[in-house]
Design a protein around this ligand. Sequence first.
Ligand SMILES: C[S@@+](CC[C@H](N)C(=O)[O-])C[C@H]1O[C@@H](n2cnc3c(N)ncnc32)[C@H](O)[C@@H]1O
Length: 205
Amino acid sequence: MDRTAWDARYAAAEHVWGLEPNRFVVEVAGDLPAGRALDLACGEGRNALWLARRGWQVTAVDFSAVALAKAAEQAAALGLAPDALQLVEADLLEWRPPTGVFDLVLVAYLHLPEPQLRLVLGRAGDALAPGGLCCIVGHDRTNLTHGVGGPHDPAVLPTPEVLATLLADDGLEVRRAELRTRQVDTPDGLRRAIDHLVVAFRPVP
Ligand SMILES: C[S@@+](CC[C@H](N)C(=O)[O-])C[C@H]1O[C@@H](n2cnc3c(N)ncnc32)[C@H](O)[C@@H]1O
């Protein structure tokens, strides 16, 4: 989907992904001490806002102006300090984060063809400070045949192994690369969705 299609999707519903943070993001980041975080493809900001409320200084990037406007509205409603959440409207295929400064880089449900994903993850890895964590969550390729929801194009659905290889190629040490399931309420009742969760860190030299 391009920027215009995402804008239209965000304009058509109030909170497309809900207000609560993603459960796997909470699992990975819930016990980390607050620092600087980068949320790539932040959408309406559910994860970035959660981190900012917990004392993180967050930079959140997305190319949908409509989604970012909702994130800004929510930040104001929560009374977040102006420097707690910096929203950046940019295409991740063009935008370069600062190098070596973030304690956490989050990429949640950003589905791109592998060459583009490699580019974005390479920059995500470069953005990490030594010891910093990269957390990737998304619809897994197995979800196509065994799960519900998410994109239907296998070209934008990686596996934990593919993601682990891309991150290792960037010099990160992979700590977890696994499949996780969650229940989704659909018009046909509760169904299972299969996500991947990959966590890697930049080694301290
Ligand atoms: C499925 S949503 C996930 C939003 C958020 N990470 C979450 O979990 O709530 C995917 C997001 O990726 C953004 N996106 C897709 N391609 C992008 C690109 N090339 N540059 C910036 N944002 C992009 C879309 O605008 C959308 O907000």
